[in-house]
Design a protein around this ligand. Structure first.
Ligand code: ADP
Ligand code: SF4
Length: 711
């Protein structure tokens, strides 16, 4: 089947300075937690995107100089020539599939503390570094000499990028990550020299760096500039009006404009807080201010939405980070007329958490993300079956669905039995909660694939017992029966059940999701889970007319969502809804008409009157079936059973991303010989040891002079 002609426009080539993108699908720079530590894994991941049809595949941010590095985050480095081979490996992987390789050169400036190099960070002004972690470090105001150095360093990095054969070289002045952003914005730049004050002055360094870069690499590579179109802080920072004026001054200098909104957390909002394409009103109109092509993002997964961006004259190139993570082969699927095969991003930002936790990227929808080289997983392909085994999967949550789909792709005969009336398990239950509708896509994609697989049969309304399973004759059994929320208070704070008076109504998240409602109005919700669910259920309870008090042992609500860049939005939403937030407090006991909470620091207790207590603390695997089968191991041989394994939440409750990963892993591994962890089941890259000191040569130079005043 060929592509739908209404998407033809997406496959038009776009000229970008000296190079041409073969279509409009553009993977904008995105972090991935692999960076300089895992260069081959990174190159393989990017190469698979090029294979999937993206015309441009970019790096994440690349530190251009040791005086600006962002430890503990793991990005790429181009500090000197020795960094070129790792970058070249990625460019090569991208070129192998006829895509253009882009590199985002970055001088973070006051956005990094230089924890590794211990250099003094530099920015336009003397200000504390703007890191996520409030590091007790200040950046110093750059002197003219520093500025000249920075220009030279950037030029040298651009030349190295050219040697690594990158086709598009970025100048990064966006997201308050690229240090040139700090020069542009009045929030950070209070200089009184020709690099501060008027817009023209604040723009001067960006102009110079663009000109330097074009001069250095423009013969072979396009120069892209990434800027923030609005800092979203009003007149305190960069406004749209100022950026429009900036386009009047430098709009024709680069070969491509990459437009972003605010800081990274403003731009990459979760689906709970922003729709597909929400940036449009901010980005629309800039294209008219330049003759150069424009790329922008919007968590675009719908080709119709992409077409509209081009036809409405908003964007020339459809920028995607998350949609390219969830489906590295998205463009190819559109081209081949296989829209229904697109694995749509759900906007959960689990991918971002990889970067925030300095661990290789993971994705809820695409379990192969980050595993392309480590485990040899591919987003679309899996090795064919290795035996005549047939598989029964019990439970059709994310783990069961993924296992069934991937085993089906391998060519195995699979039966998927689900006790409930629909496929999807926790995903469909949670997707009915406020703000989580897009999460249904995890189930929708897989159920859509399964119905077209002749070897996979799904059975709804089929609660299975051990007797049923022993009678069926399947050789392999995967137990994917999920988990249940506890109602005894056990979690992180209390590892033993707490005292609960039977007169108080106590509900757990499963009961709320099943439609049970509190009898009274005043509800205390104790969140000792710290991911999204406590906050989401508080929101649900408010919409049901309850007065909600959220007690959390952490300092912030939904504390782990810091890693998905939405904690501040969740807290703001709950406060707006009138939820009373009791942070740093633990729920000690449940009494007949109140709860006792204790300050985590002083231990001081207080009674809070309420009608109902909701406990969001921890889960227990729903593994009774698994245990029952294990107890009958003696009967397996007669029943033809070779193997029984628990996967997903039935093994150990965690995120939906973990469950999907667990399902994929089961499908990959179940016909491999068992091993007990004596051999590594993945590849890893080990650094080459340096020559031991003192023979290692050290450059006989000192650091740039530390002049303390600009001038
Ligand atoms: P996971 O996240 O690990 O995939 P879920 O809780 O989302 O787990 O899904 C588990 C699914 O298993 C649920 O839909 C549940 O109805 C189903 N299930 C639980 N026990 C049985 C059983 N004995 N037979 C069939 N299905 C079951
Ligand atoms: Fe999208 Fe979530 Fe995957 Fe990120 S982790 S790409 S937000 S589905």
């Amino acid at each position: 089947m060929g592509r739908d002609p209404r998407f033809d426009i997406l496959f038009e080539p776009v000229r970008i300075g000296p190079v041409t993108a073969r279509n409009r699908f553009y993977q904008v720079p995105h972090c991935n937690g692999m960076g300089y530590r895992d260069p081959t894994a990174l190159a393989t991941m990017r190469g698979i995107k090029a294979e999937g049809g993206w015309a441009v595949v970019c790096t994440e941010q690349v530190e251009i100089h040791y005086s600006s590095e962002i430890t503990p985050f793991i990005e790429l480095r181009l500090w000197d020539d020795r960094d070129i081979p790792a970058l070249a490996r990625m460019a090569d992987a991208v070129h192998r599939h006829d895509a253009l390789a882009g590199i985002e050169l970055c001088y973070n400036g006051m956005n990094g503390s230089n924890l590794w190099s211990r250099e003094v960070p530099m920015g336009p002004a003397h200000l504390p570094v703007a890191t996520f972690t409030y590091d007790p470090v200040q950046a110093r105001a750059m002197t003219k000499r520093d500025i000249a150095n920075l220009r030279r360093w950037h030029r040298a990095a651009a030349l190295r990028a050219k040697r690594a054969e990158f086709d598009i070289v970025y100048v990064y002045a966006g997201h308050a990550l690229g240090g040139l952003h700090h020069f542009l914005s009045r929030r950070y730049n209070d200089r009184t020299d020709e690099y501060g004050g008027s817009l023209e002055n604040r723009l001067r360094l960006l102009r110079e760096v663009i000109e330097d870069t074009v001069e250095a690499v423009g013969d072979r590579s396009a120069v892209a500039v990434r800027v923030t179109v609005d800092e979203l802080v009003g007149d305190d920072g960069l406004t749209r009006a100022e950026m429009e004026d900036a386009f009047g001054l430098v709009g024709e200098l680069p070969d491509l404009w990459d437009l972003v909104l605010g800081s990274w957390e403003d731009d990459s909002r979760t689906s709970r807080f922003a729709e597909e394409g929400f940036q449009e009103p901010f980005v629309a109109g800039f294209k008219k201010l330049t003759t150069k092509p424009v790329v922008g993002v919007g968590r675009f997964t719908s080709p119709d939405a992409m077409v509209r961006q081009v036809q409405a004259g908003i964007l020339d190139l459809i920028g995607c980070a998350r949609p390219s993570i969830a489906d590295p082969h998205l463009p190819r699927k559109v081209e081949e007329g296989r829209i229904e095969d697109v694995r749509e991003c759900i906007g959960c930002n689990i991918c971002v958490s990889g970067d925030f936790t300095q661990s290789p990227i993971r994705c809820t929808q695409n379990p192969s993300m980050g595993e392309e080289w480590r485990r040899g997983w591919h987003p679309e392909r899996i090795r064919p079956r290795a035996s005549e085994a047939n598989v029964l999967i019990v439970g059709a949550g994310p783990a069961g669905l993924e296992a069934a789909m991937m085993l089906g792709r391998r060519g195995y005969e699979v039966a998927l039995a689900e006790a409930g009336r629909e496929l999807g398990g926790r995903v469909v239950r949670e997707a009915r909660l406020p703000g989580l509708a897009a999460w249904r896509r995890v189930a929708d994609y897989r159920t859509g694939q399964l119905v077209r697989m002749p070897g996979v049969a799904s059975f709804l309304g089929s609660p299975l017992s051990a007797d049923d399973i022993l009678a069926f004759g399947f050789s392999h059994i995967a137990i994917a029966t999920g988990a249940r929320w506890r109602r005894d208070g056990v979690g992180r704070l209390h590892t033993r059940p707490i005292a609960i008076d039977g007169a108080m109504e106590v509900l757990d998240p499963d009961q709320l999701m099943a439609g049970k409602r509190p009898r009274g109005r005043d509800v205390v919700l104790f969140d000792d889970d710290h991911y999204y669910l406590g906050g989401v259920l508080a929101e649900l309870l408010v919409t049901l007319g309850c007065r909600v008090r959220l007690v959390t042992a952490a300092a912030r609500v939904s504390d782990w969502t810091w890693n998905t860049m939405e904690q501040h939005r969740i807290q703001a939403r709950l406060l707006e809804l009138g939820v009373v937030i009791d942070a740093n407090r633990g729920l000690q006991r449940v009494l007949a008409d109140s709860v006792e909470v204790a300050c985590r620091y002083t231990g001081r207790t207080e009674a809070i009157g309420c009608d109902c207590v909701v406990l969001v603390t921890a889960r227990l695997p729903d593994d009774a079936l698994c245990q029952a089968l294990l107890a009958r191991e003696a009967d397996w041989a007669d029943a033809g059973i070779a193997q029984v394994e628990a996967i997903g939440d039935a093994l150990a409750p965690a995120t939906i991303a973990h469950a999907v990963y667990s399902g994929r892993r089961y499908a990959e591994d179940f016909d491999r010989p068992a091993h007990d962890g004596d051999t590594l089941p993945f590849r890893r890259e080990i650094v080459e040891l340096a020559h031991p000191a003192p023979s290692a040569p050290l450059a006989d130079v000192r650091m740039p002079p530390a002049v303390v005043t600009p001038g």
